[in-house]
Design a protein around this ligand. Structure first.
Ligand code: AMP
Length: 141
């Protein structure tokens, strides 16, 4: 299927809708997931257009994975997590709901299962506070 530039992450990248932004460089943006599966759930989004991993340019992937690692390390520290899950879904049957490539970084705690994917909106104030925590941890890395 073709990339559709009307997807919500493309709109965030164009500045047409707001996000709780944590980080941005020439190649990528990081912002908080509005329906977190765990407190501190963040999304790493390459600026280059692709639906998902399946149609992404390998050069985009080689730049984005080190950033996913950086955010995962920062999130583990910022949210005092025991571990971190990295998720990435491809096409509807693969669990994808927004069709612009992104990676989920989800802080995890021993014995705690995840909140269901893309189901429950978090308060703006909580998202803003978590974005600041993650930003602070990233700036130390
Ligand atoms: P996926 O199912 O992998 O495509 O994940 C899409 C993710 O985007 C879900 O976890 C949603 O909670 C999240 N999401 C949807 N709309 C927004 C938005 N406007 N800002 C931030 N996250 C969003």
């Amino acid at each position: 299927m073709a990339y559709d530039s009307n997807n919500i992450f493309a709109k965030i990248l164009r500045g047409e809708i707001p996000s709780h932004k944590v980080y941005e460089d020439d190649d990528a943006i990081v912002f908080m997931d509005v329906m977190p599966q765990s407190p501190g759930h963040a999304l790493i989004v390459p600026k280059a257009a692709s639906r998902n991993l399946l149609d992404a340019d390998p050069s985009v992937l080689s730049k984005i994975v080190p950033l996913v690692q950086k955010v995962a390390v920062a999130a583990k520290s910022a949210f005092a997590a025991d571990g971190v899950s990295i998720a990435q879904f491809n096409e509807e049957a693969g669990g994808q709901t927004v069709f612009h490539l992104h990676f989920h970084v989800i802080p995890r705690y021993a014995g705690q299962s995840l909140i269901t994917h893309a189901r429950q909106m978090e308060d703006n104030a909580v998202l803003a506070a978590n974005a600041e925590k993650l930003k602070a941890a990233l700036s130390k890395s």
